[in-house]
Design a protein around this ligand. Structure first.
Ligand code: SAM
Length: 241
C-alpha cells in the first residue's frame, strides 16, 4: 500500500520510520512518500500562506501551492485523497478497515488556520478527524491514520495479531499477562497457566465482556452476543449493583 503525504513539516514523520511501521517500509509492504508543500511555492521567500480574506486570526495555506504539490504526484489518479481535518468524520475501527483495502492514499495535512477551501473542493475525496479537539497540524493525525491502517495491510503484523484486539469483534480485548507469575504479590490468573485452550478462550471472552461493560458499555449495543455472553453480562450487572 502506498501513502503520499503532503505536509509543510515532513521532518515530523520520524516516529513512523521506526518499529513495526519502519520494518513494513523496509519490507516494502507499505511505502510512505513525504512531499514538502513548501517546495512548490513560487515565492522567492518560499511563502506558502497568506492572511484570511474577511479578516481574523492566523494564516491560511494558499490553494495554488497546495495544488502544485498534489499535482506532482504522478499516479494520483488511482488514489483516494484524504484531508486530515477536525471537521471530518471520525476515524474509527470500521473506517480504518475500509481504508486498508485501498491501494493508494494521499494524505493532506493542514497547518495554521487551515487550507483555502477552493483547493479542498478541487482535490479532496474525504475529510477525516482523529477526535473532537484541534491540533496545530495534520501531521500527527496523518501518522495515526498511517499506523492504524497499516496494521491491517497483509505482511505488516504477524498473522492473527490484529484479529483478537480491541474493536475487532466489537469488544475491548481481555487483559494480558506475562512473566513473572508473581508480581508484588499479584498472581497471574491460574486458568492462563493450565494450557487448556478451550477454558482459556472462555475466560478471555468473559473478561472481554467485563472490560467492555465496565469501560465502554456503549460498544455492547453493536455486538452479536451468544446466550452465554448474555448470561455473563446479566451476572456482571447483578455484581455491580
Ligand atoms: C489549527 S488546525 C485548523 C483548525 C481550523 N481552523 C478549525 O477551526 O477547524 C490546523 C490543521 O491541523 C489539522 N487538524 C487539527 N485538528 C485535527 C483533528 N482533530 N483531526 C485531524 N486533523 C486535525 C488539520 O489538517 C488542520 O487544517
Amino acid at each position: 500500500m502506498k501513502f503520499d503525504v503532503l505536509s509543510l513539516f515532513p521532518e515530523m514523520f520520524e516516529p513512523i520510520k521506526t518499529s513495526i511501521i519502519g520494518r513494513a517500509q523496509e519490507k516494502k509492504v507499505i511505502e510512505i512518500n513525504l512531499i514538502n508543500i513548501r517546495d512548490f511555492s513560487k515565492d522567492k521567500h518560499k511563502k506558502v500562506d497568506d492572511t484570511p480574506y474577511g479578516g481574523g486570526a492566523g494564516m491560511v495555506l494558499r490553494p495554488d501551492v497546495v495544488y502544485e504539490a498534489y499535482n506532482s504526484i504522478q499516479d494520483k489518479d488511482d488514489a483516494k485523497v484524504i484531508f486530515l481535518s477536525p471537521k471530518g468524520s471520525r476515524l474509527t475501527h470500521k473506517k480504518v478497515l475500509e481504508l486498508s483495502k485501498e491501494k493508494h492514499l494521499i494524505l493532506l495535512c493542514g497547518h495554521y488556520e487551515g487550507i483555502d477551501q477552493r483547493v479542498l473542493d478541487e482535490i479532496v475525496d474525504e475529510e477525516i478527524s482523529i477526535g473532537d479537539y484541534v491540533l496545530t497540524g495534520g501531521e500527527l493525525p496523518a501518522m495515526v491514520l498511517i499506523d492504524s491502517v497499516s496494521r491491517f495491510v497483509g505482511g505488516v503484523l504477524g498473522s492473527g495479531s490484529s484479529e483478537e484486539e480491541s474493536f475487532a469483534d466489537g469488544l475491548l480485548e481481555y487483559p494480558q499477562y506475562t512473566r513473572p507469575d508473581d508480581f508484588k504479590g499479584k498472581l497471574v490468573p491460574e486458568i492462563l497457566i493450565t494450557g487448556n485452550h478451550a477454558k482459556i478462550n472462555k475466560w478471555r471472552r468473559k473478561e472481554s465482556l467485563k472490560m467492555t461493560y465496565l469501560k465502554r458499555p456503549d460498544l455492547l449495543k453493536n455486538v452479536e452476543l451468544s446466550k452465554e455472553d448474555r448470561e455473563t453480562l446479566e451476572n456482571l450487572k447483578n455484581e455491580c449493583q
